[in-house]
Design a protein around this ligand. Structure first.
Ligand SMILES: NC(=O)c1ccc[n+]([C@@H]2O[C@H](COP(=O)([O-])OP(=O)(O)OC[C@H]3O[C@@H](n4cnc5c(N)ncnc54)[C@H](OP(=O)(O)O)[C@@H]3O)[C@@H](O)[C@H]2O)c1
Length: 336
């Protein structure tokens, strides 16, 4: 099959950072689906893995996590899917990725693709939806319908995760949602996603929230946590909950004691990395996301389409992602 991988660590501008090559078709393990990939999206984790992990010696490492496609084969233990099913998923951290014609993926991580979305638009959703869902319902411990009279602050609201977290919180909980955005286009985007209020993360967030007059019980800090952490501790309600997903060098965790705050570090690859008993929670939540999209309650967060998956187009998508100025998600069609 055709695939695209990296043969050199470092920034996307390096020659060997995005190379097309031929490799053997993947062979599905017992729990795997063999999927023909028809749409993918890029994520900051693509950039981080390429920066930090050397590729294997023998051939480039295939990157890519988000995918939507069609099942072409099933492993011996697969029970939930058949050949011909349309699916979407975010895969696993350690296995070969989705930037290829075919990919093997564990069925417990796979949902049914929304019928109302094309493959590329569907591929915008899995990784960020899993992250956002786990923040709301695992980290914060909310149940659907909870949260009336309380507020959620989403820091980095126009990014990939923020875009779907705002929508899920508005559709499935009673929380008021305040999103941060610093440019006219990101402010317009978070309002389109459903944010009730917008504050600017280029200003001190405690001052922005004091001016708004809302003390949120929940804060999802999605990017630049190190910069915002002291302000978060100041602006959040006592006994509130902070969920973080990025990788700060250091934060002062002792500072959360006086308000008796809770703190969670969400990592959406944890279930698959440690093969937890409840891995299929990700399949179940993706099926719910799919249903909500088909009911018109969630929109795709795709905002930039880079065309068919080839080295030039993938490099363009990754360069945009690496700029830090992405709004929503950047997607591509299958290999072409
Ligand atoms: N742990 C996990 O499971 C997990 C899952 C997914 C992602 N992540 C990580 O989470 C982070 C965010 O991912 P993403 O896909 O949402 O990123 P993204 O799409 O690249 O986020 C871009 C957004 O960040 C905003 N931003 C830039 N500087 C900011 C600042 N100083 N303060 C607040 N917001 C700022 C920008 O808004 P403006 O243009 O308005 O400034 C832009 O809309 C990444 O580090 C990613 O690796 C972790």
């Amino acid at each position: 099959m055709k695939a695209i991988g990296y043969a050199q660590r470092g920034p996307v501008s390096a020659d060997e950072a995005v190379v097309e090559f031929e490799t053997d078709d993947p062979q599905p393990e017992p729990h795997d689906l063999l999927v023909e990939v028809r749409g993918v999206s890029v994520n900051p984790v693509d950039v981080k893995v390429r920066a930090n992990r050397p590729p294997p010696d023998d051939e480039p490492r295939i990157l890519g996590f988000d995918a939507a496609g069609v099942v072409r084969g099933v492993g011996s233990d697969v029970t939930g899917f058949d050949v011909g099913d349309e699916v979407f998923y975010a895969g696993e951290f350690t296995r070969a990725g989705s930037n290829a014609e075919l990919q093997s993926v564990d069925e417990r991580l796979v949902g049914r693709k929304p019928k109302s979305l094309g493959f590329a638009d569907a591929a915008a959703l899995p990784l960020t939806s899993i992250t956002a869902w786990e923040i709301l319902f695992d980290s914060f411990g909310l149940r659907e319908g909870d949260g009336s009279g309380e507020a959620l602050l989403v820091i980095g609201g126009a990014g990939g995760v923020g875009s779907i977290l705002i929508q899920l919180a508005k559709q499935l909980t009673g929380l008021a949602v305040i999103a941060t955005a610093s440019r006219p286009e990101t402010e317009a985007w978070v309002k389109k996603m459903g944010a009730d209020h917008v504050v600017n993360h280029r200003n001190p967030l405690n001052e922005e929230m004091a001016a708004l007059g809302i003390a949120p019980r929940y804060v999802a800090t999605l990017t630049e946590t190190e910069q915002h952490f002291p302000a978060i501790v100041e602006l959040i309600k006592p006994r509130g909950h902070i969920a973080m997903i990025d990788d700060p060098q250091s934060i002062d965790i002792a500072s959360i004691k006086l308000k008796a705050l809770s703190f969670s570090w969400e990592f959406m690859f944890a279930r698959s990395m440690f093969q937890t008993d409840d891995m299929d929670a990700q399949s179940n939540l993706l099926n719910r996301v799919s249903q909500l999209a088909d009911e018109g309650k969630l929109m795709s967060t795709a905002n930039k389409h880079c065309g068919p998956l080839n080295a030039a187009n993938l490099r363009e998508a990754l360069t945009h992602q690496e700029s830090g100025a992405a709004v929503g998600k950047t997607v591509l069609d299958g290999i072409g």
